[in-house]
Design a protein around this ligand. Structure first.
Ligand code: AMP
Length: 470
């Protein structure tokens, strides 16, 4: 005889706890797979990230828009290597810049060459312009690029150690309209993505016109030495222009009272700047004069600018979406033809994607036309061929070959919001038929499997024409 165990009723508190646990179980989605006993899960490096499938629509939206915009403005794509000789960036970006002082990833390769993971791409583009004799092409040579860049920055929101840049560069023209065109193109690129921006703009003149300004700036900062950060104390000795780049809070008030470079500009730079602004006015592209904008790299001269997202409340982010300027000395600095001018912009893709998300911009999603559901082994076998027929005919189709139950497959189809699901079971395979289910009405019809692609093409055309009318 089995003596039933005495079961005591749970107390109210215990009941609540059980309910709570049940709820928690339902919500629990492990973000990290549990480790196999004794094995350590590999971790991402700090400041590096995976861009997962659900973020890809934003990236595709950017990539497709950027490519088509760059090409419609006459820029041609260039792909540049990720690894370069270290010297390329030390010479161009500048020894006393934050990038070279603190942020570069360098190492010696097996052949003993000092190499660098590129921290930006303008210097590489200038190197390529020289290496491939592009000065013999009709000028300006207009190039665009997109790819990963690396800086050993302090990771925080919108600041990574590997990030992606998209850039436009124009070599071989010193016309102010080129500066303006680059700003206008960038403005419209971001606008096409739904991001309104303004350009903060300044001119830093020529190296000569900067000399007197640097002395004046250093004299001013010396009087404020006890109010500035430790980094700025060093900058004051080594490279006073960098003082204006400082992001530390205590240095912002000091910066506000600093002398403005515009008062030290030579006549040519002044005229160049005025013409750039006139072109922007003419194009109706918004900008704000920022007399303390100098940018963090040594190779810039004349026009410098940064792109900032705006909303009804004004500028919205902590970080610029992009920046650029003129670099008339860069090609010569690398041993190219004397006096070859250049101008460009680089956007940070992570920041653009972040802005899209913050602004609740919906990237276009690719619509799937048909879902293919199968029941049983013979249906699966035929299914592979039918799937391929659809793919080749340009109809987008999804399947769940890994699933057995019709209910689960129809749930998948619903999630994808397809207008039609095809259902193929054992009986249909024998009969040479297939079921077409209209997902909106739930109506089903049995059709000839041999003609399924043409049938679906017609049905999809009808839907498209109704959509266009509606
Ligand atoms: P810069 O030439 O330093 O102004 O960089 C151009 C653009 O690249 C910036 O405006 C950012 O959008 C992006 N960028 C620079 N550094 C980072 C970083 N550490 N993480 C993400 N994006 C960055």
């Amino acid at each position: 005889m089995i003596i039933p165990k005495k079961v005591s009723r749970p107390t109210k508190a215990e009941e609540e706890k059980i309910l709570e646990l049940e709820e928690a179980k339902k919500k629990f989605v492990p973000t990290v797979a549990l480790p196999t006993k004794g094995k350590k899960i590999p971790e991402l490096l700090r400041g590096f990230r995976d861009i997962l499938p659900d973020e890809q629509p934003y990236w595709d939206f950017f990539r497709d828009t950027a490519r088509s915009l760059a090409e419609s403005y006459g820029f041609e794509r260039i792909e540049l290597p990720i690894l370069e000789k270290e010297e390329l960036f030390i010479r161009t970006v500048g020894k006393q810049t934050d990038i070279v002082e603190k942020e570069i990833y360098t190492f010696e390769d097996k052949g003993g060459d000092k190499v660098i993971l590129r921290p930006e791409m303008t210097a590489s583009a200038a190197r390529a312009y020289i290496n491939h004799g592009m000065l013999n092409l009709p000028q300006p040579v207009k190039l665009w690029y997109m790819g990963p860049t690396f800086r050993y920055d302090r990771p925080q929101a919108g600041r990574y150690r590997q990030f992606n840049q998209f850039g436009l560069e124009a070599f071989g023209s010193n016309e102010p309209i080129i500066d303006a065109q680059i700003i206008v193109a960038t403005f419209y690129l971001l606008k096409s993505l739904g991001i309104e921006t303004t350009t903060r703009i300044n001119s830093i003149g020529t190296p000569d016109s900067r000399l007197a300004y640097k002395t004046e700036l250093a004299a001013y900062y010396r009087t404020k030495k006890n109010q500035i950060c430790e980094d700025c104390k060093r900058r004051l000795l080594k490279n006073p222009l960098r003082l204006l780049d400082c992001k530390a809070e205590e240095c912002q008030v000091v910066k506000e009272g600093a002398p403005q470079i515009l008062d030290w500009l030579d006549e040519d730079s002044k005229n160049h700047f005025m013409r750039v602004l006139e072109f922007l006015d003419e194009a109706g592209v918004p900008y704000t004069l920022d007399p303390h904008l100098v940018r963090g790299l040594d190779y810039y001269n004349r026009t410098v600018f940064e792109i900032w997202a705006v909303s009804d409340e004004g500028e919205r982010a902590q970080n610029a979406l992009g920046g650029g300027g003129r670099y008339d000395g860069l090609v010569e600095l690398l041993g190219g033809r004397e006096g070859t001018p250049g101008c460009g912009v680089a956007l940070g893709l992570e920041r653009v994607v972040m802005a899209m998300k913050e602004l609740k911009i919906q990237p276009p999603v690719k619509k799937i036309d048909v879902f293919f559901a199968q029941l049983g082994d013979s249906a699966r076998r035929v299914g592979l061929r039918i799937f391929e027929d659809f793919r080749q005919s340009g109809i987008s189709v999804r399947e769940a070959f890994g699933k057995g139950s019709l209910k689960t497959q129809l749930e998948n189809a619903n999630k994808l919001e397809v207008p039609f699901t095809l259902i193929l079971g054992q009986k249909e395979v024998l009969d040479g038929t297939i079921i077409v289910r209209d997902m909106e009405s739930g109506a089903q019809e049995i059709v000839d499997a041999g003609k399924i692609v043409q049938i679906m093409k017609k049905k999809l055309e009808i839907i498209k024409s109704l959509d266009n009318k509606g």
